[in-house]
Design a protein around this ligand. Structure first.
Ligand code: FAD
Length: 310
């Protein structure tokens, strides 16, 4: 079963990625959508054939225990063995609740899932990315969260049959209101390109360089913890062990040294470009392309070049 998460009535990219993954694995699956005003049919484009859309006026934006009960009951009812969720804020909250109800083993923030006979072979980074563990869940039921952006959302399906079910699940907690941060801001975990800045920027007054480079590339803004702790950037931009984990196609690290805690959040990016004036900076060990230069020289030139080519 694939749990299809949505936000503000729109299915999230991770929902499509997990549907594509289930389809790629070649297993029988169905999707579960919870919430009223969501276009559940859209999952068909990515290969979902059956979607069960649980509707309830009471569950609101999210109910940790309500969603968990609903999903665990749905797993039992459908005889599903595996639940796939995104390793998102909601997925991280929900997965252990469902796993405990089902007495299921759980693997979180996975970057690779393959079929190994009748079982799943799962790879997940551990110890801040220093180890890639291959694990096997031996319980009958399994709950697996997948790191966003690792699997592509392939539009290779057609249409899904959507069954609407009125949900009358009991719950104790409901999220009544979500107060959004900056409107229209691209989230680092969902963006295909991320441009992040660090202490090398020297201060918030220079952050326009990161914003302009990000805007020229159509990227989201990220930051190191040093930049966040200094109050230059909001915490929702922090990439790393105590921030967000990202896996974009392109990650541009500007004035970031590459401490292990930062690498934990971005080393699974497909291409990494680092700009740092110190040739010994550890970020160059994980970078595919490195520019050893003063960022105040090179970033304005990059912005100009990119804009000239557009
Ligand atoms: C428990 C724990 C959790 C942590 N979690 C996180 C986390 O989630 N995310 C995170 O990022 N960090 C985290 N950290 C902090 C981490 O250890 C580093 O301190 C932090 O990542 C450093 O940020 P930085 O690279 O921006 O700064 P610095 O390490 O100070 O690096 C600045 C870099 O900018 C370069 N530079 C300076 N001037 C220029 C210039 N003009 N042009 C080009 N380059 C320049 C320098 O050569 C240097 O390499 C954590 C630490 C701990 C202990």
């Amino acid at each position: 079963m694939v749990f299809a998460e949505h936000k503000d009535g729109k299915l999230r990219k991770i929902a499509f990625e997990n549907v594509s993954l289930a389809k790629k694995l070649g297993i029988d699956f169905e999707c579960a959508v919870i919430g009223n005003d969501v276009d559940a049919e859209e999952l068909g484009k990515y290969g979902a054939e059956k979607v069960v859309h649980y509707k309830s006026d009471k569950l609101g934006n999210y109910s940790p225990d309500g969603y968990a009960k609903l999903l665990a009951d749905a797993m039992d009812k459908q005889g599903a063995d595996v639940l796939l969720l995104g390793a998102t804020s909601m997925g991280k909250d929900l997965a252990p609740r469902v796993a405990s109800r089902l007495n299921a083993a759980m693997a979180t923030d996975c970057t690779q899932v393959e079929l190994d006979g009748n079982n799943l072979k799962i790879v997940r980074p551990m110890y801040a990315g220093k180890v890639q563990a291959t694990i096997n869940l031996s319980s009958a039921k399994k709950v697996v969260t997948i790191r966003p952006n690792v699997y592509a959302a392939d539009e290779n399906g057609t249409s899904a049959t959507v069954e609407s079910v009125a949900s009358d699940v009991d719950f104790k907690t409901v999220v009544k209101e979500i107060v959004a941060g900056a409107q229209g801001k691209l989230d680092v975990t969902e963006a295909d390109i991320v441009v992040s800045g660090g202490r090398g920027l020297k201060g918030p007054e220079n952050w326009h360089l990161i914003e302009d480079l990000a805007s020229a590339l159509g990227a989201a803004n990220g930051a190191s913890r040093a930049a966040v702790d200094a109050g230059w950037r909001p915490h929702d931009e922090q990439v790393g062990q105590t921030g967000k984990t990202v896996a974009p196609s392109l990650y541009v690290a500007v004035g970031i040294s590459g401490a292990i805690q930062h690498l934990a959040g971005m080393s699974s990016s497909k291409y990494i470009v680092a700009i740092n004036k110190d040739p010994e900076a550890p970020i160059f060990k994980v970078a595919d392309y490195g520019i050893v230069a003063d960022l105040f020289d090179v970033v304005p030139r990059m912005i100009e070049e990119i804009k000239a080519k557009q």
